[in-house]
Design a protein around this ligand. Structure first.
Ligand SMILES: Cc1cc2nc3c(=O)[nH]c(=O)nc-3n(C[C@H](O)[C@H](O)[C@H](O)COP(=O)(O)OP(=O)(O)OC[C@H]3O[C@@H](n4cnc5c(N)ncnc54)[C@H](O)[C@@H]3O)c2cc1C
Length: 510
């Protein structure tokens, strides 16, 4: 016999939790269905069987511009568990033993980032100068103009604006790899420029981490939802969706059980999982469904190594300057990040280093064994912290993750679909849907709020505004963007001249 609720939410990751909490607060009968035994999806964590330490699926960061994700954490009462780096510190970049601490100055954007850029020891002044006209152009763009860049690769776009190859690789290549998870030669210029505007268009962006297992941030969701009358079913696999050609009436589970939804179904499944589950009949009502095939997964390998002593000199996080032949992008010492005490009651700060790292776009490394991955990761840690060569490795874990996010390659930014679909009472959500933000926990949270808002508006005629919109870039950054009118005839020739002039000068540091 079929059971009936108001709304079924499929998937218990960040997007599903954001949608379910919003709708349950409206006193609607919500059922959340999650195939795994734990909630959290791609933001889950677990206890390591050997050390009893919390291990994330892979290390995650949050940034201060995550309003929707923090709103969800506030609902769950876990926002305080985020640990922030020291004041205005964004990231420490390393090349061998050389470090560059990127922090913003208390100045209006984008001048606040100027000092970090000028003191960057890894590129020449000529290269730094070459990016100024491109930065002005990026700051001048509207959201509509930005989307028009989707058919061009980030690298081609930057070359057309005169950015030198070393700067494309060093700065833009790093952004593209670390944030968007694809090489700058392949990334959609629209996705790259959108993130750049968000980064330098604000006076400061700070980076933080979960001060506990990542999934612990989301753990209170189940009791909270249940206290509001919602049902949360884990280890519950949805097999398909019910309905006719152009409407959705519920879901069917692997067990054959049917659950009817009076107001609608919100799917938060990633595109590759969702598409094969949809009824054939929906294809004609929803022709753009086929476009989702272009959203391919980006694989990750996350590596965790437990040492017998401190090796990272108190660093919480550091990232390697971009080199396509490297394995790892960034490293985290969780003994410096986790708050309070471990399972044995020992203060985390007094624990030996426990380092996690991410190997992004790891499809290239299929052939490497776990042992080879750990050995190469160790070498990369030792390059920066030679003391790690004397340390003993007590334990290591390698997680191979089939998808961290989808690859935002050329042509995919404009394919990100709205949460409202052409199928009545069927909504989609998830970090990959249209949120004006790169795929991330923030995008997932916003997509969940947007789906809930749309369902309430269409299904109940209620004006709900749970999704927090993003503010425009700072006025000072818009004023810099206004220089676009003089870029072609003044800024570009001036900076081209500076590039040529400074090419002949020895590199100086501020
Ligand atoms: C290693 C790694 C590093 C990352 N780093 C960062 C970072 O630093 N910062 C950041 O913001 N983001 C990061 N991300 C991305 C971020 O984790 C995701 O964007 C976000 O968690 C996606 O949430 P979601 O709810 O959209 O999707 P998901 O978390 O994928 O949720 C979908 C849920 O549906 C469930 N499901 C699947 N099939 C079924 C079915 N048939 N029936 C029922 N349930 C089903 C899944 O188990 C899952 O729980 C990273 C991701 C990974 C993996």
């Amino acid at each position: 016999m079929a059971s009936e609720v108001d709304i079924v939410v499929v998937g218990g990751g960040v997007a599903g939790l954001a949608a379910a909490v919003t709708l349950a607060k409206k006193k609607l009968k919500v059922m959340l269905l999650e195939s795994r035994s734990i909630l959290g999806g791609r933001a889950r964590s677990w206890t390591d069987g050997v050390t009893r330490d919390p291990v994330h699926i892979g290390p995650h960061v949050v940034v201060s511009e995550y309003p929707n994700f923090f709103k969800l954490l506030e609902e769950l009462g876990t926002r305080e568990k985020i640990v922030w780096q020291p004041w205005r510190h964004f990231v420490t970049m390393v090349k061998g033993r050389q470090e560059h601490h990127i922090r913003t100055m208390p100045l209006p954007a984008p001048a606040s980032w100027g000092h970090a850029s000028m003191t960057d020891p890894f590129v020449s002044w000529a290269d730094k100068h070459s990016t100024v006209p491109a930065a002005v152009y990026c700051l001048s763009l509207s959201e509509k103009e930005l989307l028009e860049l989707d058919d061009e690769s980030g690298a081609d776009f930057l070359r057309s604006l005169g950015v030198t190859e070393p700067y494309i690789t060093h700065f833009w290549g790093f952004l593209s790899h670390a944030i968007l998870n694809v090489p700058v030669e392949e990334v959609s210029a629209a996705a790259l420029v959108r993130f750049f505007r968000r980064l330098v268009g604000r006076s400061s962006m700070e980076m933080g981490f979960a001060g506990c297992g990542l999934g612990e941030l989301l753990l209170p969701a189940k009791p909270l939802l249940e206290s509001m009358g919602a049902q949360v079913r884990t280890s519950c696999q949805v097999r398909g969706f019910l309905g006719d050609e152009n409407n959705c009436t519920g879901v069917v589970l692997d067990s054959g059980e049917e659950i009817l939804a009076k107001l609608g179904v919100i799917s938060t499944l990633p595109p590759q999982t969702l598409q094969p589950m949809l009824p054939e009949a929906w294809l004609s009502a929803w022709p753009s469904l086929k476009d989702m095939e272009a959203l391919k997964p980006c694989k990750y390998i996350s590596v965790y190594i437990w040492f017998d002593r401190k090796v990272s000199g108190g660093r919480q996080m550091w990232a390697r300057t971009y080199n396509k032949d490297d394995l790892n992008c960034e490293f985290y010492d969780f003994s410096e990040i986790y708050s309070g005490t471990d399972a044995a009651g020992k203060l985390w700060k007094e624990r030996p280093s426990f380092i996690g790292s991410n190997i992004i776009d790891s499809g290239r490394l299929q052939e490497m064994t776990d042992d080879e991955v750990v050995q190469q990761t160790l070498r990369e840690i030792q390059e920066t912290f030679p003391v790690a060569s004397d340390a003993k490795v007590l334990h290591s874990v390698v997680n191979r993750i089939p998808m961290a996010i989808h690859r935002p390659v050329v042509g995919t930014e404009k394919l990100r679909p709205s949460q409202q679909t052409p199928i009545a009472d069927f909504y989609i959500s998830g970090c990959w849907t249209r949120t004006d933000f790169p795929c991330s926990m923030e995008s997932a949270a916003r997509s969940g709020f947007l789906a809930a808002d749309k369902l309430l508006r269409i299904g109940r005629g209620e004006l709900s505004e749970s999704a927090i919109p993003y503010p425009d870039i700072a006025l000072s950054a818009r004023l810099v963007g206004a220089l676009e009118v003089v870029r072609p005839w003044l800024l570009t020739p001036l900076f081209n001249w500076l590039v040529r002039w400074s090419s002949g000068q020895p590199q100086s540091k501020l």
